[in-house]
Design a protein around this ligand. Sequence first.
Ligand code: ARG
Length: 389
Amino acid sequence: MIVPGYRDQPTEQWDPVAPVDPGEAEDFLRRCYLENPRLGPVEPRLAIVRAQIAATGSYVHTTEELSHGAKMAWRNAGRCIGRLYWKSLLVLDRRRARTADEIFSLLVRHLQTAGDGQLRPVISIFAAAQPGQPHARVWNEQLIRYAGYRDEDGRTVGDARQIGFTSAMRGFGWRGKGEHFDVLPLAIETPAEGVRLYDLPERAIREVPITHPDYGWFTELGLRWHAVPAISNMRLTIGGVHYPLAPFNGWYMGTEVGARNFADADRYDLLPTVAARLGLDTSRESTLWRDRALVELNRAVLFSFERAGVKMTDHHTESERFLTHLRNEEKAGRSVPADWTWIVPPMSGSLTGVFHRYYEEMDLRPAFYLDDEAISLARDGSRCPYPHP
Ligand code: ARG
């Protein structure tokens, strides 16, 4: 079944009851120790891990294994164009946190560590799922997202993608201001406490007001966007161990905001507004008013982040960097899984080098997966994988 806006990706069906697969553990450990000679010989470690799995159904990663495993998962993420920097990932080991309060304060620390200008890629890894036992999770798809509302006349305020999630939060008693850029609360679920909502403190939320280098009226649109994209509902799997709560962030490529979040008809849908302000002829598609508005919107986004001193990349630069990454990986003797439909930027595709070639899609592990239940919780707070009939 195809749910608009939530495309499938290659995903293993995770069986939360099954013990860790010793073959997958061995495969990961051999690769990890091969890539990091300073960790010493893998054989003694394999013996320990096999015994741990036999006795408990799982095993515990060392800090180095966790850290390198997370980097490998990023390296294997076929939809990410920003993988040149995979080695620079900062891995925060948060496996001891248990309560929602603890988790929340570490999520705030995560956002602060990611920075508010010169951003750095960070992942916080919380406790591994134990086979057959409930685990902690965050319902939100990202740590920072804007609420969406439908008013009485059926008009949308805010991010239309978040309407279902926003009304779930309202069901728990949360009230937003009802404006276009209300940051949603975090819904943190733990086995002992159920779901608890937390408002992020302002110090954890860096935002950039959007202005245009040439058009003064752009300010009047009242647009803004948050500095840090931090995916919070993907499961990290390393060597057969699953980490259902492992939020990670990088920095934005301008088109994610300018060509998707602001432009998609089922998001902020701003192209008609921008075109009207530009005085474009919108009576026919062939005037390319959409394309012209799209370029100005994207110029504004890149200009604003640059002016605010918040790290953001453009799609031309990032395409070249991805091609460099492909060359690096080839030299290292590794293959790079990549999904063309995600790697090619959503505007001016053929102007970028990544457009003019094909890629292999492979399900390599360690990996990040988006489970059906995680999709559903982020969509409307329900555990049903598909919309209610
Ligand atoms: N496209 C998503 C958004 O607009 C963010 C996905 C991750 N992006 C990134 N640059 N790490 O919020």
